[in-house]
Design a binder for this molecule. Structure first.
Ligand code: COA
Length: 179
């Protein structure tokens, strides 16, 4: 225990694929309850091999971060199932931001995609989310297009919610890391 406390937070965190029983933890005690059906849909997609749901778990605390990867989708410019994958839903709990956990998650996701022989990663970042834009730029993502950012989902009560969030589409070509 004493040893664990001396370890940097980024080394204590376990980054792994989500298990079904982790789904409630993604609601962060209610803040993201409205995404319950969406998360269940993504989980079904993951069970079919079309998506990956990654989580960051801190022992004795629980799930403190998440990022989803769509391997194939109807929008082939985002994810085509072979070369191009799309990341979304990336979120680290506020108390754990800015210490390198997100960067480590992104690196693990990219390495996993390389092993799956994917060549490009795409994502959308809200135009007003300047901090996240900078985070992705630091990780070599480049803005390649504008996205209207209009989509909708059914919330936990079955009500349709419309989202309008103009975004930048960003992209990165994956390369093997030099050792
Ligand atoms: C973006 C995010 C996933 C990065 O994870 P992280 O663990 O904070 O990232 P790291 O610690 O590896 O890197 C920190 C960098 O991220 C950037 N960053 C973005 N949002 C940040 C935030 N809310 N708090 C702290 N840093 C943030 C900073 O620019 C920082 O760069 P710096 O070291 O030059 O200051 C995380 O900050 C987050 O959950 N933000 C809110 C949700 C969000 O915007 N998600 C992206 C949607 S596309």
């Amino acid at each position: 225990m004493e040893y664990l406390e001396k370890q940097p937070l980024t080394e204590q965190v376990i980054i792994r694929l989500l298990r079904g029983e982790d789904l409630p933890a993604l609601e962060w005690g209610g803040e993201y309850r409205h995404f319950r059906r969406l998360y269940a849909d993504i989980y079904r997609s993951a069970c079919q091999g079309k998506a990956l749901m990654w989580v960051a778990e801190l022992p004795d605390v629980g799930i403190i971060g998440q990022v989803f990867v769509q391997l194939s989708s109807g929008r082939r410019e985002l994810a085509d199932g072979v070369r191009r994958a799309y990341i979304y839903g990336f979120r680290i709990q506020p108390a754990y931001r800015g210490v390198g956990i997100g960067g480590r998650m992104l690196q693990i996701v990219e390495e996993d995609l390389l092993q799956r022989r994917f060549l490009f990663v795409t994502l959308n970042v809200a135009r007003e989310n300047v901090a996240a834009l900078r985070f992705y730029q630091q990780h070599s993502y480049q803005v390649v297009a504008e996205e209207a950012g209009e989509w909708s989902y059914l919330d936990d009560t079955g009500r349709r919610r419309e989202v309008h969030e103009p975004a930048w589409r960003m992209e990165k070509a994956l390369t093997q890391r030099q050792s």
